[in-house]
Design a protein around this ligand. Structure first.
Ligand SMILES: [Zn+2]
Length: 172
């Protein structure tokens, strides 16, 4: 790292501190030429992949665009902006961890569907009806039924987890 005071091309790390939480590492550096000290913060940066559209075009990922498409589905639903932002964070995390430089827009749609399914069933149904281009009442009713069944199943599974923990404790 170049010294910000005298532009000397190298500086030495005199102290390095990794925090318990978060991914930012604080480094104390000293310039061997001018002797001045300064602090740098280092964080992991993973690039988000490009979005490949259905027609084959490539566009840069746009967090605001993704967020606002979810916001439309969540209109008047009891989900706080914080929870929405966390959901967007998790979607981005999944996109980054794929390690791919490109991701199909349909895959992004699936990630949004998964996130909305966990956030709010009504928002999920709204988004899914547009995403799957559902335009007849029967298909729509079927989708709602499936979403409701899905939610009941997941709720049951979650309860099952709680009970199995209790059972383990009872054994001990
Ligand atoms: Zn210097």
């Amino acid at each position: 790292m170049r010294c910000p005071f005298c532009q000397n091309p190298t500086t030495c790390v005199v102290d390095s501190r990794a925090p318990d939480t978060g991914a930012i590492i604080r480094r104390r550096r000293q310039c061997p030429a001018c002797g001045k000290r300064f602090t740098t913060f280092e964080r992991v940066y993973l690039a988000l992949p490009y979005i490949v559209k259905k027609g084959g075009g490539r566009v840069e990922y746009d967090r605001e665009k993704l967020r606002s498409s979810m916001l439309i589905a969540l209109r008047k639903r009891p989900v706080s902006p914080d929870r929405l932002d966390e959901a967007v964070d998790r979607i981005e995390q999944k996109m980054m961890l794929s390690g791919e430089r490109e991701i199909r827009s349909s895959r992004v749609g699936e990630l949004v569907l998964e996130a909305l399914r966990d956030l709010d069933t009504i928002a999920y149904i709204r988004f899914a009806s547009v995403y799957f281009n559902i335009n007849d009442p029967e298909a729509f009713a079927e989708m709602i039924e499936r979403a409701a069944r899905d939610r009941a199943d997941r709720r049951k599974a979650a309860e099952g987890d709680v009970f199995s923990v209790k059972d383990d404790e009872a054994v001990e």
